[in-house]
Design a protein around this ligand. Structure first.
Ligand code: GLN
Length: 194
């Protein structure tokens, strides 16, 4: 099993390290040809406008769309924005792969960053310590999208749609490997289905 981490900008090294701690082969992914032999892909947090701009420059938008159409893909924070179908900003390049609407600047400037405990559906054990940094939230989901976690006020911060996963926070900035293991399980299931 080989998982790529989109390495254009943002917190990609941290994801690579988490995957390697799980003994999974992890590779930094920058060019369309790097996608060919990947079984899954993580799109990291960072700045979604920069990721979109660089992906456009590197000719990655269509290859990434095709990849996420048939293989497991997980977006964290800016990666969630990049995967969404609708962010309410026409000019920003996104993949549009997941049937979710995302508000990029959900917490405004006053609550730039915060940490909280989340109960995440599908993760066994104690609650997950989630780090939010200028985070988005999911404001609407279509049929077929499963809500995995909400904040106490009800706002949606983790979703799954089949092989696609999106989280508004940064699991790669904690020591908790459970979400990475959860994504690897999706990759394994997909491989088993051929
Ligand atoms: N607010 C950022 C954006 O719009 C996302 C922040 C993050 O990934 N930590 O891309």
């Amino acid at each position: 099993m080989k998982i790529g981490v989109l390495a254009l900008q943002g917190a990609f090294i941290e994801h690579v390290k988490m995957l390697r701690r799980l003994d999974v082969e992890a590779v930094e992914t920058r060019l369309p040809q790097h996608l060919a032999d990947l079984d899954g892909l993580i799109i990291p947090g960072g700045e979604s406008t920069t990721i979109g701009k660089l992906a456009t420059e590197y000719g990655l938008i269509e290859p990434l769309r095709r990849f996420s159409h048939c293989r497991p893909t997980w977006g964290t924070c800016a990666g969630m924005i990049f995967l969404a179908r609708d962010i309410g900003i026409e000019s920003q390049p996104i993949l549009g792969s997941m049937d979710i609407t995302v508000d990029r600047n959900a917490f405004g400037r006053q609550i730039d960053s915060f940490e909280t405990e989340l109960d995440i559906s599908g993760l066994a054990g104690e609650s997950f310590h989630a780090v939010f940094i200028r985070a988005p939230v999911v404001t609407a989901v279509d049929e077929g999208v499963e809500v995995l976690a909400r904040l106490d006020d009800g706002r949606i911060v983790a979703v799954r749609q089949g092989r696609l996963l999106a989280t508004a926070f940064h699991p790669e900035l904690t020591d908790d490997l459970r979400l990475h293991a959860y994504f690897c399980a999706i990759v394994k299931e997909t491989l088993a289905c051929g």
